[in-house]
Ligand binder design. Structure first.
Ligand code: NAD
Length: 241
């Protein structure tokens, strides 16, 4: 069985990716932090569509919790390894730099950057041993171009881009690809507080994107056909950025 772990997959883009990869034939591992009802609902939707899914709760910013959860998974799945990792979990704590407190800085950085480190660090050895694997990091146009009011978020997402490029060069010879997907504005809970009507005017395509559109790109990057694409940042932003 080919296993795909998607962090923060109980809703939004992560859930859409989990549903899509399940349709592609992966047994998906839905990571979530606290919203167990939403995670159960995502699992049920995948199973109702004929796919295979299991839940693996942990906080991506907690290295010990990740090692414990993934070690327990390895014990119950002897001889198996995770062949696709999508580092999707992320948070926003927006505010102008002059007003930004240390907690909002640290929380955003640790969820994205430490989350990438802890999860990838644990999963990577299995991919290297198997000489195949796909890592997709969900960054943002904010990390590519920088957005005012998002110094913490832009810094975190830019860190993910640097990590993507460096890691891709370390592991390419072992047939593990590492890419980043940079969405613009996508309709999810994360953007539900934004003024969509106003922001749409700044997007050449004139609309917010859909989680399923991001999931389709991730699906391609995880496919055999994408074997020669690595170390890239692919924007999916309706022409923004
Ligand atoms: P969302 O808030 O619906 O989903 C984020 C998910 O991450 C949630 O399920 C949340 O519980 C999970 N999460 C947060 N902290 C976690 C932690 N410590 N451990 C485990 N899970 C945690 O938002 P979304 O729009 O679906 O965002 C998904 C990813 O896409 C994020 O990385 C986000 O930064 C990125 N992104 C979103 C947009 C957008 O417009 N929606 C644009 C660019 C990038």
């Amino acid at each position: 069985m080919n296993y795909a772990l998607i962090t923060g997959a109980s809703r939004g883009i992560g859930r859409a990716i989990a549903e899509r990869l399940a349709k592609d034939g992966y047994a998906v591992i839905i990571n979530y932090h606290s919203n167990s009802d939403a995670a159960q609902a995502a699992k049920a939707a995948i199973e109702a569509a004929g796919g295979q899914a299991e839940l693996l709760p942990f906080d991506v910013a907690d290295g010990k919790a990740i090692d414990a959860a993934l070690t327990a998974w390895e014990t119950t799945h002897e001889g198996e390894h995770i062949s696709v990792l999508v580092n999707n979990a992320g948070i926003r704590r927006d505010g102008l730099m002059v007003f930004m407190n240390e907690t909002d800085w640290n929380k955003v950085l640790s969820t994205t950057a430490d989350g990438f480190y802890f999860t990838t660090h644990h999963v990577l050895s299995g991919m290297l041993r198997a000489r195949s694997g796909r890592i997709v990091n969900i960054t943002s146009v904010s990390g590519v171009s920088g957005l005012p009011g998002q110094v913490n978020y832009s810094a975190a997402k830019a860190a993910l881009i640097g990590a993507t490029k460096a890691l891709s060069k370390e592991v390419a010879a072992r047939k593990v690809t590492v890419n980043a997907v940079a969405p613009g504005f996508i309709c999810t809970d994360m953007t539900s507080d934004l003024d969509e009507k106003e922001l749409k005017k700044t997007i050449p395509a004139g609309r917010f994107g859909k989680p399923e559109e991001v999931a389709a790109l991730v699906s391609f990057l995880c496919s055999e056909e994408a074997s020669y694409i690595t170390g890239q940042v692919i924007s999916i932003a309706g022409g923004m950025g």
